[in-house]
Design a protein around this ligand. Structure first.
Ligand code: UGA
Length: 457
């Protein structure tokens, strides 16, 4: 007996990070799914089972369901508009050029084009991260575009997946949030997410505005938590102390929690930076100028950490002109090839622009980094990057960097100086091998010469 195919037909509009993951996971849950994108090259790749970005576990799901026929891809709105019962909007909302606000071109365009091609009763479900008020505005846009007598419902269902854990987060989310005006429409999403709901995942049904805001609030909180600990790392750098021990100690208070208290070069990626700016821009637009002003500080603290690394490099090398600097990591975080707003790539570019001979290495992010900054030297391995370098800077905490042997790499470099931009290396071990060791937030003088073993390392 073949596998049961669930009766709701699903389309996912936009097959970037979010959309491709969502489409493959919906197929995995048993639905027939069509992914739509206006980029024919992307569609061709996905249809052939080729994922155009790095995401653990996703290529396997994509291949499984493109071969079974349960997951298809198209560039045709007419095809999905006459076929799907539930359309997920998963297009991007990047930061507008020269402005902090979100660029809504893709969400507006995708929604109105879809609506103009709808010929059967269906639901449109927004997943993109949007400024509050978008869903209601889109509702009016949809009504203008619908021809014929198809009934179309609108819901907002924000996505909380993390890059690097996208499949796990989609199939086994920690919560589901759905906003809308119609209980019947929300019940349809209960069917879509029945597997997770039956496994005990909390399902929060609310209004459109709350659903939109939940997403902005979650990312703003995470960004604030990171900048909070990074602000304290500025203090421990100045007065002495160990930011990791401080984070462990406050994190043991359950009300605070240890996660997202890793101090270092700060947050980047395609989400947190642009989302805190877009939130602030939207809230100011609503006349609440002061309400989210603290997010400017959150942003500034974050960017200052990058400057701190550059400053430390100047301090260590004195004259950085022509000196070889090895940068370990260009992705904005491990398990990702994403270099959007990557602190690591930003630091590499700043040092390059200041005249250093910068050699970078990242297990996954090289191709994307090369597209953005073709003039950096792209090494073939961590060792290749490190060879003859006057300074080593660890900026993305990939396992292979965390386990580098200071004695072995010490024989390859020109000068034994390292900046641990993610606070993941043992200072004492590196120092014992004769390295000058700098980090973001650790200037400890330990009572017995040995650091407290970090409970979360
Ligand atoms: C983030 C959120 O965590 C997701 O819940 C959300 O769905 C997603 O944005 C989104 O809006 O689409 P992501 O951008 O994949 O996910 O990355 P995170 O794991 O949140 O990390 C963001 C940045 O913060 C990285 O640069 C990471 O290195 C940095 N970070 C994280 C720290 O500097 N310290 C920490 O303690 C944790």
């Amino acid at each position: 007996m073949g596998e049961v195919i669930l009766s709701l037909k699903i389309s996912v509009i936009g097959t970037g990070y979010l959309g491709a993951t969502h489409a493959a996971c919906m197929a995995e849950l048993g639905f027939e799914v069509v992914g739509l994108d206006t980029n024919p090259k992307k569609i061709e790749q996905l249809a052939a089972g080729v994922l155009p970005f790095h995401e653990p576990g996703l290529p396997e799901l994509l291949r499984k369901h493109t071969s079974s026929g349960r997951l298809r891809f198209t560039t045709s709105y007419a095809e999905v508009g006459s076929w799907a019962d539930v359309h997920f909007i998963a297009v991007g909302t990047p930061q507008k050029a020269g402005d902090h606000a979100a660029d809504m071109t893709y969400v507006d365009g995708a929604t109105s084009t879809l609506a103009s091609h709808i010929t059967k009763d269906c639901l449109i479900v927004g997943k993109s991260t949007v400024p509050v008020g978008t869903a209601r505005r889109l509702g009016a846009l949809i009504n203008e575009q619908i021809e014929g007598d198809a009934k179309v419902g609108l819901l907002w269902n924000p996505e909380f997946l993390r890059e690097g854990y996208a499949v796990e987060d989609t199939l086994r989310p920690d919560r589901l949030v759905v906003g809308g005006d119609s209980t019947a429409a929300i019940d349809v999403l209960r069917q879509v997410y029945a597997t997770a709901i039956n496994a005990g995942t909390p399902f929060i049904a609310t209004d459109l505005e709350t659903a939109e805001l939940v997403k902005s609030a979650a990312n703003a909180f995470l960004a604030t938590k990171i900048s909070f600990i990074n602000a304290f790392s500025e203090v421990t750098e100045q007065v002495g102390g160990d930011i990791r021990v401080l984070a462990d100690a406050i994190g043991l208070d359950n009300r605070i929690g240890r996660r997202f208290l890793n101090a270092g070069v700060g947050f980047g990626g395609g989400c947190l930076p642009k989302d805190i700016r877009a939130l602030q821009a939207r809230i100011s637009e609503l006349g609440l100028d002061r309400t989210m002003r603290f997010l400017t500080e959150v942003d500034e603290i974050n960017l200052r950490r990058r400057d701190r690394v550059v400053h430390l490099a100047h301090e260590i090398l004195e004259d950085i002109q022509g000196r070889k600097i090895a940068i370990l990591g260009v992705a904005f975080k491990p398990h990702s090839d994403d270099v959007r707003d990557s602190p690591a790539l930003d630091v590499a570019a700043q040092l390059f622009n200041a005249g250093a001979d910068v050699s970078v290495y990242d297990p996954e992010g090289m191709a994307n980094a090369r597209l953005r900054f073709p003039r950096l030297n792209y090494a073939t391995s961590a060792i290749d990057a490190l060879r003859d370098s006057a300074l080593t800077i660890l900026l993305t905490e990939w396992d292979e960097f965390k386990t580098l042997d200071p004695s072995e790499v010490g024989q390859m470099v020109e000068s034994k100086s390292i900046i641990d931009g993610r606070n993941v290396l043992r200072a004492d071990v590196w120092q014992d091998e004769g390295w000058r060791f700098e980090s973001l937030g650790r200037k400890s003088v330990y009572p017995d010469g040995a650091p407290f073993r970090s409970v979360c390392s």
